[in-house]
Design a protein around this ligand. Structure first.
Ligand SMILES: Cc1cc2nc3c(=O)[nH]c(=O)nc-3n(C[C@H](O)[C@H](O)[C@H](O)COP(=O)(O)OP(=O)(O)OC[C@H]3O[C@@H](n4cnc5c(N)ncnc54)[C@H](O)[C@@H]3O)c2cc1C
Length: 420
């Protein structure tokens, strides 16, 4: 007899049961990449999501270099770029309005389109996808130490049990799925952000790359303005440190968003003259690779559910995909071992995540730039006079250098001395 949430007991009758080797819950970048990699290696994988695809996801829609690298690995880079707006720099704008450009290959693409490309690619590799299944809890075998052997879902009011040897949870920043899985985690997100998509036919000369804006009125956060295809722009505000006073002191993102009109003249024009496409919407972010258990018996957790988004930038698509691939590789590595000395996938996975932790800690440290607009002003001022510093900052964007050097006084001095 399988253990299930007490409230389900009376309602479960004639339960349809499906089974698979690995069940991946959540078909965002993390889940689809994981399912893709498993299926590509001949693994029997079922990918499920609460929504029927394509579906919208609130996001800035920017793919920074780490995302492009994973897409190349998945063989999807040209397919994605064909549907995206490619850009080659990010303009960092200080509170005074002074700016510097950092160069890197990047792209902007609606998540409605992007996530469907990833999902379809996973299906092409052999993954089975089922939408409209909302995860409600883990199924356990009481007779075998309560080991996880599947998950319960609700579909059109009915409960469905899916049996699986291995589970991967990739349900994003919302804490409800982690709660349902009884995975230890922090309820408060790391950050909150709100975005709008606005069409304007006359800004393409003004906004040629990504724009990131720091300003006292936005601290401890920043704003962004990203050009999309078809004369559309994704713009928004993000605020970090929300976990500290959560839930007593919720951030008023709408108010902050309205302030963008006073902070940046291009955004003011866009909002006054442009046509809003869809509503202004906010969503949580989890960063720093902290705030949730990353694995437990029979379950690997990946993507933003474990805080895979970078604290400094709020960019998380690339890292969600990377952790999804790590989860897949861990399952495959365990499978490839002789049964006598087989390590559980979670041991492989924890090792792989361990290699990323230092970098996350550096990004969390570098996040101080969002809390101290004067630091953004200083850095942008210095970089505008120093090609070397601009080059080093571009190296950070391309993940070839730690961001820590750029936000500590000793690091900045070191870099400047090297240039002189
Ligand atoms: C406003 C905003 C702007 C951002 N801008 C950027 C940006 O420009 N660039 C960038 O790289 N990152 C950005 N991010 C971060 C980025 O959106 C995330 O890092 C990324 O989506 C994480 O991917 P994921 O696959 O882990 O989770 P998600 O993309 O959230 O996917 C999770 C999936 O799980 C499904 N799911 C959730 N609960 C259940 C359940 N109970 N049952 C079944 N399915 C479930 C969801 O429907 C969803 O499809 C932004 C985030 C926000 C909020």
């Amino acid at each position: 007899m399988r253990a299930r949430p007490a409230s389900f007991v009376k309602r479960v009758q004639d339960l349809p049961t499906i089974s698979c080797q690995t069940l991946v819950i959540g078909a965002g970048p993390a889940g689809s990449s994981c399912a893709h990699w498993l299926a590509r290696h001949g693994h029997d994988v079922l990918l499920v999501d609460q929504y029927i695809f394509p579906r919208h996801k609130i996001c800035g829609d920017a793919l920074i270099p780490d995302s492009l690298q994973v897409l190349r690995r998945l063989g999807l880079l040209s397919e994605v770029l064909a549907q995206a707006k490619a850009v080659d720099h990010v303009q960092c704008i200080a509170p005074s309005g002074r700016s510097v450009d950092l160069t890197a290959p990047m792209a902007v693409i609606s998540r409605f389109v992007f996530d469907e490309i990833l999902l379809k690619a996973a299906i092409r590799q052999g993954a089975i996808f089922q939408g409209g299944l909302c995860f409600e809890g883990l199924s356990r075998r009481p007779e075998v130490d309560h080991a996880v052997d599947g998950a319960w879902f609700r579909k059109a009011g009915k409960l469905v049990l899916i049996s699986a040897k291995q589970l991967v949870i990739a349900t994003g920043a919302s804490s409800s799925a982690l709660q349902a899985a009884t995975v230890e985690h922090r309820r408060a997100p790391s950050a909150m952000a709100m975005r709008a998509i606005v069409r304007h036919p006359g800004l393409h000369r003004e906004v040629t790359g990504l724009q990131v804006i720091w300003h006292r009125a936005l601290s401890p956060g920043y704003a962004w303005l990203f050009p999309m295809r078809d004369e559309a722009y994704n713009l928004g505000v993000g605020v970090f440190d929300v976990a500290t006073n959560w839930p007593q002191q919720k951030v008023n993102l709408r108010q902050l968003f309205q302030q963008l009109i006073d902070v940046n003249p291009t955004i003011a024009r866009l909002l006054k003259e442009g046509e809003m496409i869809g509503p202004l919407k906010g969503a949580p972010l989890r960063s720093g690779l902290t705030g949730a258990l990353t694995s437990q018996d029979g379950v690997l957790i990946c993507g933003e559910a474990i805080g895979s988004t970078y604290g400094l930038t709020g960019e998380g698509i690339g890292k969600a995909m990377e952790t999804g691939l790590m989860a897949a590789e861990s399952i495959l590595a365990s499978e490839a071992q002789q049964s006598s000395d087989r390590l559980h996938p979670s041991l492989h996975y924890e090792r792989a995540l361990g290699s990323l932790r230092m970098r996350y800690a550096q990004y969390e440290k570098a996040n101080r730039i969002n809390r101290r607009p004067w630091l953004a002003e200083l850095l942008i001022r210095l970089a505008s006079h120093s090609t070397g510093l601009r080059f080093q900052a571009s190296e950070v964007l391309n993940e070839r250098r730690s961001p820590e050097d750029l936000v500590t006084m000793s690091g900045i001095l070191g870099l400047l001395l090297k240039q002189s």
